[in-house]
Write a protein that binds this ligand. Structure first.
Ligand code: LIP
Length: 255
C-alpha cells in the first residue's frame, strides 16, 4: 500500500537533521568495495533510523537499504539510500541526499529525495507529477548544446571506465558536463532542468530508484544505457534525458 507522502517527507527531513548535526571523524569512515566507496557511521545510523520509522508506516513492507549486504528485489516496500553522495559528505562537499523509493506490485509508486544542506525536497507519486518543495517541476526538453550533461563514474567498476571516458569525449564536443556525485540528485536535476541529461554505467538500485520516478514524472526518459527498463535487484547502468537529447543518445549509443 502506498504510504502517506507527507509522513514520508517528514521522515526524510528528520533523517536530514541527523546528517546536518554530524561531526565526522576519520575513524568513523571506512571503505567498502574500494578506497573511494565510503561508508560512515552516519550512513548506518541514518539507515537504521529510516528502517525503524518506515516500518512504522508500513510494517509489512520490505526494506532494502544500501548498507545491507545483499541485493533483493523489493516488490512491496522501501528502497533506501541513507546518504547518496557519501563521498561528498565525507569531504565536506554540500551535495548529498536521503533517497527513499516506495514500491507496490514491483513498481515504484512514490519517491522522496531530500538534500538537507540545500533544504530541497524532491518528491513524486506515480501519475501525479514531480515537485521540488511545493513547486511542480518539468524537464524543459532542451537540446544538447543548450544544457549541461551530468555524468558519473565508478573507480570501483573498472569495466565502465573506458566506455565512460569515450562517451564523455563525444559529449564534450557539444555540451559541458558536471560530475556532481549523487545519482539521486543527478536524476532530480534532470527533472527540473538544472541539467539536460545524466548517465552512469555503474550504479546501484538504491542510488536511482527514487530519482527515477521523480525524473519520469517530470517528463524525463529513464532507461539503462541499452534502452531497457532499469532493474531494481542488481547493479545497473542509467541514462536519463529529455526527449530531444534522449533521441540523440539512442543514435550515439546505437540501441
Ligand atoms: C554514489 C552514487 C553516484 C556514484 C558514486 C556513488 P553513494 O552513491 O550516487 O552516482 O557516481 O560513485 O556510488 O555510494 O554515495 O550512495
Amino acid at each position: 500500500m502506498p504510504v502517506d507522502i507527507e509522513k514520508l517527507k517528514q521522515i526524510a527531513r528528520e533523517a536530514g537533521n541527523i546528517i546536518l548535526q554530524a561531526t565526522l571523524t576519520a575513524e568513523q569512515i571506512r571503505s567498502k568495495s574500494s578506497q573511494k566507496d565510503y561508508v560512515t557511521k552516519y550512513d548506518v545510523e541514518v539507515q537504521n533510523f529510516l528502517e525503524l520509522r518506515l516500518r512504522e508506516l508500513w510494517p509489512e513492507g520490505h526494506f532494502l537499504g544500501e548498507e545491507q549486504l545483499e541485493y533483493e528485489f523489493v516488490p512491496d516496500g522501501f528502497i533506501v539510500d541513507p546518504i547518496d553522495g557519501t563521498a561528498n559528505f565525507v569531504f565536506g562537499i554540500p551535495h548529498y541526499c536521503i533517497s527513499i523509493a516506495v514500491t507496490e506490485g514491483g513498481k515504484i509508486v512514490q519517491a522522496v529525495v531530500f538534500n538537507p544542506v540545500a533544504d530541497e525536497m524532491y518528491w513524486a507519486e506515480l501519475g501525479r507529477g514531480s515537485y521540488l518543495n511545493n513547486e511542480r517541476i518539468q524537464n524543459p526538453d532542451l537540446a544538447f548544446e543548450e544544457t549541461f550533461f551530468g555524468i558519473g563514474g565508478s573507480p570501483y567498476d573498472p569495466a565502465s571506465i573506458e566506455p565512460t571516458v569515450n562517451l564523455i569525449a563525444t559529449i564534450l564536443k557539444r555540451a559541458d558536463i558536471r560530475r556532481l556525485g549523487s545519482a539521486a540528485l543527478d536524476l532530480c536535476y534532470v527533472a527540473n532542468g538544472r541539467q539536460g541529461a545524466y548517465f552512469e554505467f555503474y550504479v546501484k538500485p538504491w542510488d536511482i530508484a527514487a530519482g527515477l520516478l521523480i525524473a519520469r514524472e517530470a517528463g524525463v526518459t529513464v532507461t539503462t544505457m541499452e534502452g531497457k527498463e532499469p532493474p531494481l535487484d542488481r547493479s545497473l547502468s542509467i541514462l536519463a534525458a529529455g526527449p530531444k537529447i534522449y533521441a540523440e543518445m539512442k543514435e550515439i549509443l546505437e540501441f
